[in-house]
Design a protein around this ligand. Structure first.
Ligand SMILES: [Zn+2]
Ligand SMILES: [Zn+2]
Length: 405
């Protein structure tokens, strides 16, 4: 009797779990997907109307390595808006893993003009264009002490750098995405609005990093506040304007000892780089203790088994509040009631997502080669005709082999 009661209980538990019970051992596995997951699978989760999702795309030190790209954070809002804060080199790879159609990625805010914060602008601009972004790419960045030190000058130089690329794709794809819009704002603005659309307000505050012309950003939407330092020495503007932020991402550079031991920097440089050019772990902790965010996020260090314990111990000397030490693909879901921190599971064979809008794609309009280059072609006419014929037959098309020049 006792046995039967126990068996009945097991059946009940098995039914609740979605499976049935065996007489002995574990219940049959449930066949339904688990509703609760501790991993973020890109492209599979709705964003609630009141929710902010922040994804760390690049969190490492200035030189890219396989585990960490350079600085970049993606902010996605429940109203459908998406924003990129910094786009350091390597970060575009991480962005492609997020399965977001390229049409949705057209707003980038650059904190300062070091390449570890804007080195993948070309990759997003051209990569997005080739994946059918049908809008201009819009970039916001600070002025500098002189016009040559500002965002506008940098973008003009980037356009020159990419001239060959622009000429060779002209006419082939939808060139509306070839536009690059630059919005340069005064780096000295203190909590000045630099963007305000669709219920989203983004302000800049000055940052103190290497020379004049660095800034930090504050995004506010739907009662939620996101603060992102880019690179800065601890400063009064950050203290005053980011207090109580829901998520506060501030650089936390490698400690002087780590720079000395792992990167072999001379002692004066190891100290100056960590403590004055950037923010060292103890200073980061102090900044967070003074501004009391709902979640403090440290980034801009190589986050490994041997560095994290050292850095964490130093942060904890000055700060005992809520904390995440960022690594690439860390995901933060922020609402008024909750902040959830997970890692994304990434498919390295993922293809960059197609745009969701109809686009123009045209065949090439004749040869761009000179007679000199064209004279070097090995024509292989029979083989090429075979490729065209097989393609046409398989797809029901009638694409002719282009005539020779
Ligand atoms: Zn920098
Ligand atoms: Zn940096």
């Amino acid at each position: 009797m006792k046995f039967l009661i126990r068996l009945g209980m097991m059946t009940l538990i098995g039914a609740l779990l979605g499976g049935t019970a065996h007489a002995q051992g574990a219940p049959v596995s449930p066949v339904k997907a688990l509703s609760e997951r501790d991993v973020y699978y890109p492209g599979t989760e709705d964003l609630a109307p009141d929710e902010m999702r922040v994804i760390a795309l690049g969190t490492g030190q200035p030189t890219v390595r396989p585990k960490q790209a350079a600085a970049s954070f993606l902010v996605e809002l429940g109203n459908g808006d998406k924003f990129l804060f910094d786009l350091g080199y390597g970060s575009m790879q991480r962005l492609a893993a997020m399965k977001i159609p390229m049409d949705y990625l057209d707003k980038v805010f650059i904190g300062h003009l070091h390449m570890d914060h804007m080195g993948d602008l070309d990759a997003l601009w051209i990569g997005g264009l080739k994946m059918n972004r049908t809008y201009p790419l819009r970039v916001w960045g600070p002025s500098g002490a002189t016009p040559e030190m500002g965002m506008k000058h940098a973008v003009e130089g980037l356009k020159q750098f990419l001239h060959w690329d622009a000429v060779t794709v002209a006419g082939l794809i939808d060139t509306r995405g070839q536009q690059l819009e630059v919005n340069e704002f005064d780096y000295r603005g203190v909590n000045e609005i630099i963007y305000q659309e669709n219920g989203v307000t983004i302000r800049s505050i000055p940052a103190i990093h290497v020379t004049d012309g660095a800034v930090s950003f504050i995004l506010e939407w739907n009662g939620l506040k996101f603060a992102y330092s880019s690179d800065t020495f601890p400063n009064k503007w950050w203290m005053e304007h980011t207090k109580g932020a829901d998520i506060s991402i501030h650089e936390c550079f490698a400690s002087p000892q780590i720079l000395l031991e792992k990167q072999k920097y001379p002692p004066p440089l190891a100290l100056a780089l960590s403590v004055f050019k950037h923010t060292s772990p103890q200073q980061f902790g102090k900044v967070m203790a003074m501004t009391e965010p709902r979640l403090a996020v440290g980034y801009h260090f190589y986050n490994d088994h041997d560095t994290l314990p050292v850095i964490l111990e130093q942060v904890r000397r000055t700060y005992d509040g809520p904390l995440a030490m960022a690594s690439d693909y860390m995901v933060f879901n922020v609402t008024k009631d909750d902040i959830r921190v997970r890692m994304a599971a990434v498919d390295t064979e993922i293809w960059p997502s197609l745009s969701t809008r109809p686009t123009k794609r045209n065949p090439p309009k004749g040869s761009l080669f000179s007679d000199f280059t064209e004279s070097g072609m090995e024509p292989m006419p029979a083989l090429i005709k075979g490729i065209y014929d097989a393609f046409n037959e398989r797809n029901g098309t009638n694409v002719p082999v282009p005539a020779p020049k």
